[in-house]
Design a binder for this molecule. Structure first.
Ligand code: FES
Length: 163
């Protein structure tokens, strides 16, 4: 299905356009904001989104796809309503980050990288989230949950299941 910015996304994109020179480099620089805006609207970066971004930034779909695939924060497949990102880098691993991710997967009945059948949860293993001092960290959509443990994770899952 074709993709296009809705009014809010279009307004956000226009605001970003004003921050960059209107030349080839400036237009290429708009790809990352356009990916963010599109993901917020569409939930993930589909082929149609890539083509649309290439059109509005005057770049090539291959360039847009290259940027999208370079950054793990852009979802290249549909994700659930709640994207649980478990950091398993060194600080988080030393504080039980991997066990937390396995616990979540077991509770939700999915593997890392998968989405529950009801589309409510996606579990992803990610690199350092930059909050090593409060490891282990779980990011749910745009919100960090720090100094996590199994009890807090259970409460969080419970709360997200009800919302
Ligand atoms: S290692 Fe997990 S936030 Fe840095």
């Amino acid at each position: 299905m074709a993709f296009a910015f809705n009014d809010a996304a279009q307004a956000e994109f226009v605001a970003w356009e004003k921050k960059f020179p209107n030349d080839e480099n400036g237009r290429r620089s708009l790809v990352i904001p356009a990916l963010w805006i599109s993901q917020k609207q569409n939930g993930w970066i589909s082929k149609e989104v890539v083509e649309y971004i290439a059109k509005v930034t005057g770049t090539k779909p291959l360039h847009v796809w290259g940027v999208a695939t370079f950054y793990t924060m852009f979802h290249k497949e549909p994700v659930g309503k709640n994207v649980l990102q478990f950091c398993t880098n060194i600080s988080c691993s030393l504080h039980g980050g991997e066990e937390l991710m396995k616990h979540a997967c077991q509770k939700l009945g999915i593997n890392q990288g998968e989405t529950t059948a009801d589309k409510r949860f996606t579990v992803l293993e990610v690199e350092c989230l930059g909050a090593c001092g409060t490891a282990p960290v779980v990011q749910v959509n745009d919100t960090y949950h720090e100094s996590m443990n199994v009890e807090k994770l259970d409460q969080l899952l419970e709360q997200l299941t009800r919302s």
